[in-house]
Design a protein around this ligand. Structure first.
Ligand SMILES: Nc1nc2c(c(=O)[nH]1)N[C@H]1C(S)=C(S)[C@@H](COP(=O)(O)OP(=O)(O)OC[C@H]3O[C@@H](n4cnc5c(=O)[nH]c(N)nc54)[C@H](O)[C@@H]3O)O[C@H]1N2
Ligand SMILES: Nc1nc2c(c(=O)[nH]1)N[C@H]1C(S)=C(S)[C@@H](COP(=O)(O)OP(=O)(O)OC[C@H]3O[C@@H](n4cnc5c(=O)[nH]c(N)nc54)[C@H](O)[C@@H]3O)O[C@H]1N2
Ligand code: SF4
Ligand SMILES: [Mo]
Length: 678
């Protein structure tokens, strides 16, 4: 039996595990007992991470559409169809008529190469990835306030926190090993505030559970800061020494007494006062947040408010404190770090900066690089439906299920002249493609993933890919050669990392060799640097921490007589996003086999539906019928649906309205009606 140490392919917690294989086939996994996060544990998805790898549905050869159907072909034909197709669209409609979507499931090396392919070989900045749907509000909001959009502290800090404030994160289900660390800290005496109107597992352990209305976080946080200022609980020394723009900000917060917020949040003033006092008087308070904060048409304002709360009380730059956005996908932190973003190169270096462009130009053989920022993914989908984007190359994403307003997404993809999908399965999106390229999965390749605490870890190959499938990085290099470019010839992924390190200051000291066994946390600027577990200790990345000005805006779609319920969407413990992997993993699928909607018993009774009965949910975008899960988890008039299931796709209902700055969709609030389904 062979044991290969690698990284879990699911969430951004970044547990490491051993793949166990025999005769070239995976037979199981074993946690890594000395890894700083897994420490001998894994969640159910980690234990089953091998489950989809040898599934008979794996793509084993390239497919091209002929006479309307996808048929198998060889690599040569498939690759030249892709390159000819992209070049032909560009020749007729301009360089920026094509869009690349990269993948937070792929390695850093692969993301870096797709970024290079788009910019250097195809001459466009139109590249983005699922972070747009996820933490783009964080990247924008924290860059403005702190100068860096990543977790300020480390997972280990949970043990040093005296108070943990979890807002808009269902941590035990979505980042399970972080969730269990939080529970352990609480059992050892740390205090816990949960702000989420669902009764999640963590709320049972909380000293205070705030069940405020969806989309009312800015009002809640401003009111907490009002109390802190009114009671003199702010950290004056920290503010004076480390921050700017305080007076302007304080004038806004002073305008938000808890009584004003009450009408918006639905919380009693005393609950807000209690939360403010608990947080502000703790000697070390650590904030965790995730999609409940970011996925709103005011997602950036939410993030600004969270950042302000931490600065106001000096809870940043020390162990056990900080602002900690929990990054979702196994390598979404890395995707952002590698610059698969329309306005940034790797290391958050701006494409609009001529010095930066010159550096990349010189390193990449001297060809011209595009100057204007490209399109965010969400705007590219809109542009596709208007005929401005004519071709899309999608590596490792499944937007037919994950994008907001499914019929809009379908129409956008169907209106393309050329759709290329590079995936490990024939997903619902791949079924619409003109060319499908079969990729190797995490267990079949080498490289690195960067987890939510900025830890860059080694991914190692345990088994061979099926059939003709190849690693994403190899396919991208082949595409470059088919396009006549000689700028992407690599022996292995370590060589790609050397290039990343030479162009990306925070990864400057990273080599594959140095990453064994359990990685390095960036910034790691030089070969002798040990990595950085804690950010902003002496000053913020941008110098002074900036109190941003925040205004409260309500969600774009509020309930009314026709659509009297609020729908919020998210995840379950057993499934991963669009289900491509977890629904093909026997044990996970068995635990959660079908779509459902959580509905409060009072609302279920009102329409005469029992647990397991059918409910038809309708929004302005569409309607669907799914099984009712009758539960007090959701308050009255609020429904929750996971978006994993094509047969009951939550995104048929969601609102495609975007935050004006981060361009994230409002996945967390839509107005719907319900009736008993048949
Ligand atoms: N099992 C599993 N784990 C995952 C994933 C998965 O698909 N499956 N996906 C990964 C990814 S990419 C991500 S981004 C993370 C997401 O991780 P989370 O953000 O933790 O997950 P969600 O279920 O999207 O939403 C979290 C909570 O936000 C609450 N919420 C909704 N609206 C609001 C609001 O207006 N304010 C507040 N304060 N809370 C609100 C919901 O009630 C929900 O409990 O999970 C990662 N981990
Ligand atoms: N309603 C609603 N919608 C949401 C959200 C929500 O909370 N509510 N959350 C949003 C968020 S936070 C996110 S992150 C997105 C996620 O949206 P997506 O990224 O579209 O979802 P995934 O299912 O993770 O897609 C990953 C794809 O990569 C493939 N894959 C896996 N490994 C590899 C590999 O090594 N190489 C290649 N080429 N492919 C691979 C998988 O088969 C799968 O098809 O969904 C968003 N959509
Ligand atoms: S917590 Fe996340 S990284 Fe760890 S085993 Fe579970 S899914 Fe994998
Ligand atoms: Mo995400």
């Amino acid at each position: 039996m062979k044991r290969t140490l690698t990284v879990c392919p699911y969430c951004g917690t970044g547990c490491m595990l051993h793949l166990l294989s025999e005769g070239g086939r995976l037979i199981g996994v074993e946690p890594s007992s000395t890894h700083p996060i897994s420490r001998g544990g894994l969640c159910i998805k980690g234990w089953n991470a091998f489950g989809f790898v040898h599934h008979p549905d794996r793509l084993t050869e390239p497919l091209v559409r002929k006479d309307g159907v996808l048929v198998p072909t060889g690599w040569q034909e498939a690759l030249s169809m892709v390159v000819r197709g992209l070049q032909s669209v560009q020749a007729r409609h301009g360089k920026d008529a094509i869009m690349f979507a990269s993948s937070a499931k792929a390695t850093n090396e692969e993301n870096f190469l797709l970024m290079k392919l788009a910019r250097r070989v195809f001459g466009t900045n139109n590249i983005d990835h699922c972070a747009r749907l996820c933490h783009s509000s964080t990247v924008t909001g924290l860059a403005e306030t702190f100068g860096s959009g990543a977790m300020t502290n480390s997972i280990d800090c949970i043990d040093r926190a005296k108070l943990i404030f979890v807002i808009g994160s269902n941590t035990t289900e979505q980042h399970p090993l972080i969730g269990s660390r939080i529970i352990r800290a609480v059992n050892k005496g740390a205090q816990l505030i949960v702000a989420d109107n669902r009764r999640i597992r963590l709320s049972r352990h909380a000293n205070l559970h705030l069940r405020h209305r969806n989309g009312s976080d800015v009002a809640l946080l401003l009111a907490m800061m009002h109390v802190i200022l009114a009671e003199g609980l702010e950290d004056r020394e920290f503010i004076a020494a480390r921050c700017e723009n305080f007076e302007e900000f304080a004038a806004i917060a002073r305008d938000w007494p808890p009584e004003r917020a009450a009408a918006i949040t639905g919380l009693g003033a005393e609950e807000v006062v209690a939360a403010a006092r608990l947080y502000a008087t703790s000697p070390a308070a650590m904030i965790f947040y995730s999609m409940g904060i970011t996925q709103h048409s005011h997602g950036v304002d939410n993030v600004r408010a969270v950042a302000a709360l931490a600065m106001l009380t000096g809870n940043i730059g020390r162990p056990g404190t900080g602002v900690n956005p929990l990054r979702g996908q196994n390598n979404v932190q890395g995707g952002c770090d590698m610059g698969v973003l329309p306005d940034l190169y790797s290391g958050y270096q701006k494409v609009s900066d001529p010095v930066v462009r010159e550096k990349f130009r010189a390193a990449w053989g001297g060809g011209p690089l595009p100057e204007t920022p490209g399109l965010p993914l969400t705007l590219a989908m809109n542009a596709a439906s208007k005929g401005q984007i004519r071709a899309m190359f999608i590596m490792g994403e499944n937007p037919i299920i994950s994008d907001p307003d499914q019929s809009h997404a379908r129409e956008a993809l169907q209106s393309l002249e050329l759709l290329v999908v590079q995936d490990i399965f024939l997903t619902e999106t791949a079924q619409l493609a003109d060319v499908v390229l079969p990729a190797a999965c995490f267990a079949e390749k080498d490289g690195t993933f960067t987890n939510t605490e900025r830890r860059i870890q080694l991914v190692q190959k345990g088994v061979e890919p099926p059939g003709e499938a190849r690693a994403d990085w190899q396919i991208i290099c082949e595409l470059a050669r088919h396009a006549g470019s000689q700028v992407m010839n690599y022996e292995d992924t370590a060589q790609i990392m050397a290039e990343i390190a030479s162009l990306t200051p925070a990864y400057g000291g990273v080599t594959h060799q140095r990453l064994a066994p359990y990685g390095l946390q960036w910034p790691c600027p030089s070969a002798d640097h040990a990595g950085t577990p804690l950010l902003h200790t002496v000053q913020f990345s941008r110098g002074k921490g900036r109190f941003a000005l925040i205004g409260y805006r309500q969600p774009a779609e509020m309930t009314d007589a026709r659509f009297p319920y609020t729908l919020t969407t998210g995840r379950t413990y057993f499934h991963w996003h669009t289900g491509s992997m977890t629904r093909r993993t026997h044990l996970l699928h068995r635990e959660e086999p079908k779509a459902f909607v959580e509905i409060n018993p009072v609302d279920a009774a009102a329409i005469g539906v029992r647990n397991g009965g059918l409910v038809t949910v309708a929004s302005r975008r569409g309607e669907l019928t799914v099984a009712a899960r009758v539960t007090g988890t959701v308050p009255e008039k609020v429904l929750f649906m996971p978006f994993h299931f094509m047969e009951g796709a939550a995104n048929a209902l969601t609102n495609n309205v975007l935050d004006p700055e981060s361009h994230i969709p409002e996945f967390k609030v839509a107005a719907v009606s319900i009736r008993r389904g048949q």
